[in-house]
Design a protein around this ligand. Structure first.
Ligand code: PLP
Length: 386
């Protein structure tokens, strides 16, 4: 076939294959145990799968409503009200999306104009910055500080300018496993008060918070909620990342604008899965028990690292654990991550590429959303690493 040659400039000149794909490929090539990818290696509840096939067999196979199946939006609204004491109108303030990724992309696309600045806390999940860039926005990175990845709110405030259109936060935070405290959320609220800045709050790990702590959703505080898109993921909550279904909640005026973009980019999301989710959410244990389920996995993983040279602070949330390797080597994180795959057959993620200026914290990220058998084999390797 003739090759179509174009000199049209790329809208994303710096975009490369994501580190997750590169590491995943390398892990497969070397037959490594893969704790790099952020998804479970165990099956979801068969009941949920049965509900999807029931929905298909009952004829829910054509387009759903553009905003999402109403019954699902209704139960999402009930869930948020119960957990965070915030009332969202399911008709006007909740939209079902293709995972949290689409919710985030659409919120950015709907509001970020060329030249607008968007503050992003680093290390950041990798979908925020390309979405800002493709819309002509400018990312203003703010590095999280110290080994515990806390926000320096004073520095944060200095980054706000008349051009700041939006702030993106993520709690519980990937990759650090840190959660925003109530004090953090209050600081954020005070910082944004009296501005027109929109908040995109990526809360995909909302139900994975450990040690009795609470998830401090942006929807909990009046002023923050009034300017926020709260983005969530059923993929993360119900072990079905491949179904790519999530939602976002925002006040009607913001959501009205969001839906203008949503209806022409996506229109609506997989109908039978929405029906199934609406039914499955009726049993709150399906999401409330998730934190105990993953805390057990975290504790199992960490208890089996006793005797290894890795150091760590237990993750506060998400299904990721950072391990500090300074007791083993001074190598750059990407070098060690590669060595672990090639020599030890264990894959993890080096996080320097998510930090500002590739700051190398000498930590690797491990995903513990894996079976006990996998975690046992992985920790056996980690105890041998030198
Ligand atoms: C912080 C964060 N946000 C968003 C996503 C994407 O969520 P979804 O699969 O629902 O699009 C992920 C997935 O790894 C994530 O870790």
């Amino acid at each position: 076939m003739a090759i179509f040659k174009t000199n049209i400039p790329s809208k994303l000149p710096n975009a490369k294959t994501t580190i997750f794909t590169t590491v995943g490929n390398l892990a497969r090539k070397h037959k490594a145990i893969d704790l790099s990818q952020g998804f479970p290696n165990f099956e979801a509840d068969k009941k949920l799968m049965g509900l999807v096939s029931d929905a298909m067999l009952h004829g829910h196979n054509q387009y759903a409503a553009m905003q999402g199946y109403y019954g699902l939006r209704e139960i999402i609204a009930e869930k948020i009200e119960k957990l965070h004491n915030r009332s969202y109108n399911p008709e006007k303030e909740i939209t079902v999306t293709v995972g949290a990724t689409q919710a985030i992309f659409t919120a950015i696309t709907a509001f970020v104009h060329p030249g607008d600045e968007v503050i992003v806390l680093k290390p950041a999940y990798d979908c925020y910055e390309p979405a800002i860039e493709v819309n002509g926005g400018v990312t203003v990175p703010v590095q999280l500080k110290g080994k515990d990845y806390h926000v320096d709110w004073e520095e944060f405030r200095t980054k706000i300018t008349p051009k700041t259109r939006m702030v993106v936060i993520n709690t519980p935070h990937n990759p650090s496993g840190r959660i925003f405290s109530k004090t953090d959320m209050l600081q954020l609220q005070e910082t944004l008060r009296d501005t027109n800045i929109i908040l995109v709050s990526d809360e995909v790990y909302e139900h994975i918070v450990f040690d009795g702590k609470e998830h401090e959703s942006a929807s909990r505080l009046d002023d923050l909620a009034s300017r926020s898109f709260v983005c969530a993921s059923f993929g993360k909550t119900f072990h079905v990342t491949g179904w790519k279904m999530g939602y976002c909640a925002a006040p009607a005026e913001l959501m009205h604008e969001f839906r203008k973009t949503h209806q022409f980019a996506v229109f609506c999301v997989d109908h039978p899965v929405q029906r199934a989710m609406a039914e499955y959410l009726k049993n709150e244990a399906h999401y409330l028990e998730l934190k105990d389920f993953y805390q057990q996995k975290r504790d199992y993983f960490l208890s089996r690292l006793a005797g290894s040279k890795f150091k760590f602070t237990p993750s506060q949330g998400t299904y990721f654990q950072l391990l500090d390797y300074t007791g083993i080597t001074n190598e750059p994180d990407e070098v060690l991550a590669r060595r672990l795959i090639v020599d030890y057959k264990l894959a993890s993620i080096a996080i320097s590429s998510f930090n500002l200026n590739n700051r190398d914290d000498k930590v690797l990220r491990f995903c513990f959303a894996k079976t006990e058998d996998t975690l046992e084999k992985a920790t056996e390797i980690l105890r041998r690493v030198q």
